[in-house]
Design a protein around this ligand. Structure first.
Ligand SMILES: [Zn+2]
Length: 296
C-alpha cells in the first residue's frame, strides 16, 4: 500500500479525497482494508470506545499530525463504517471538533445524510458519511458489482453488504442511490418506519418516520423467515405513496427481509402501467367527442 498523506494535499471534499486515494491505490482490494489505510494515513491506533453514548471518536490535534480512532466494539461491518467515518474527519482539515482535539460521534451522526446549511456540525457528519461510503464501496467496484442487479431484489443488497463488508443498511442506501429503477427501501423496527431511502425518481413516501408499517403491507401478511428475503408481491401503491386521482396509477411491488433483531427492510418498486394502445386511445377520444357533442 504505497499511499501517504502527501498525495492528499489540497483535497478537501470527500469525493476529491477518495479519488486521490483510489488513484494512489488502483488495486485496492475489496473489502477495503480500512485499518491498513488508516495506518498509512497517520492514524496511530484504533481503540475500543467503551461508552454506549457514542459510536465513534477521534483524538487528534488541529494540524492533524496524527490521530487515534475510537470505535465501539461489536459487529465488524458496523465498526468498519465507524472507522472510515472517523478517518474522514481526520483527513478533512476543515472539520473542527466540538471540543478541541476530540471528535465524538453518535449513532445518529453515522446515519446522517442531509444537513441544514446553517449547521456546520451536521454538515461535517454528512461529509464524513459520504467519505466512509465512497471509501468502503469505491464507485468503480460498485458499478461492476451492480452490473448484474437489473431487477431490483433485496438479495442484491445482502450480496453487496457481504462483498464490501459493510452493514446491510449502508448497502441498502447505496443500492437505492445507484439503481436505475424507481425504488425505495424502508427500514422498519418494532413495526414502525425508522428510515426510508429513495431513488431520485421515487416519490415521497407518505408513511413518515415513526409511523406504523401499513397493515396492507407484505410485512404483515405472512410470517417471514428471519434472514431470508421474501418473494416479490404486488401491493396497493397508496399504502406508501400519494396516488393522484387523475394520473395513471403505477403498480407497486414489495419485498421483505426480516432480521433476527426485529428490524426489517422493505423494498418498494414502482413501475409505470404500460402505455395504452393506440386503439384504446382512439376509442377513448371517440367517446369523449360523442359526450361533448351530445351525440350517441
Ligand atoms: Zn462524526
Amino acid at each position: 500500500m504505497p499511499i501517504s498523506r502527501m498525495e492528499l494535499a489540497g483535497a478537501g471534499a470527500p469525493e476529491a479525497l477518495v479519488k486521490r486515494i483510489l488513484q494512489a491505490e488502483p488495486n485496492l482490494p475489496v473489502p477495503v482494508p480500512i485499518q491498513e489505510l488508516c495506518a498509512r494515513l497517520g492514524i496511530l491506533k484504533i481503540e475500543d470506545l467503551d461508552t454506549d453514548a457514542f459510536e465513534g471518536g477521534l483524538a487528534t490535534d488541529a494540524k492533524r499530525s496524527e490521530g487515534t480512532i475510537l470505535a465501539k466494539p461489536g459487529g465488524e461491518p458496523r465498526r468498519r463504517f465507524t472507522i472510515a467515518h472517523e478517518l474522514g474527519h481526520f483527513l478533512m482539515a476543515h472539520h473542527v471538533p466540538d471540543q478541541p482535539g476530540r471528535f465524538l460521534c453518535k449513532s445518529s451522526d453515522l446515519l446522517r445524510l442531509t444537513a441544514k446549511a446553517s449547521d456546520p456540525r451536521q454538515r461535517r457528519e454528512v461529509e464524513a458519511n459520504r467519505f466512509a461510503t465512497l471509501m468502503l464501496m469505491p464507485p468503480h467496484r460498485l458499478r461492476a458489482a451492480m452490473a448484474d442487479c437489473r431487477e431490483p431484489d433485496l438479495q442484491h443488497v445482502l450480496g453487496l453488504a457481504r462483498e464490501f463488508a459493510v452493514g446491510k443498511e449502508v448497502a441498502a442506501r447505496v443500492y437505492v442511490q445507484y439503481h436505475p429503477e424507481r425504488i425505495a427501501i424502508v427500514v422498519a423496527g418494532k413495526g414502525r418506519v425508522q428510515r426510508c431511502y429513495r431513488s431520485l425518481s421515487f416519490p415521497d413516501v407518505t408513511c413518515g418516520v415513526g409511523s406504523p408499517i401499513p397493515t396492507g403491507s407484505l410485512y404483515h401478511s405472512t410470517p417471514h423467515r428471519p434472514n431470508t428475503a421474501s418473494g416479490i408481491a404486488a401491493r396497493s401503491p397508496d399504502l406508501w405513496i400519494d396516488v393522484k386521482r387523475d394520473l395513471r396509477v403505477p403498480s407497486l411491488t414489495e419485498q421483505v427481509y426480516l432480521q433476527q433483531n426485529g428490524f426489517a427492510m422493505i423494498l418498494l418498486r414502482l413501475e409505470p402501467v404500460p402505455e395504452e394502445s393506440a386503439a384504446e386511445r382512439r376509442l377513448d377520444e371517440g367517446w369523449r367527442y360523442r359526450f361533448h357533442s351530445g351525440r350517441r
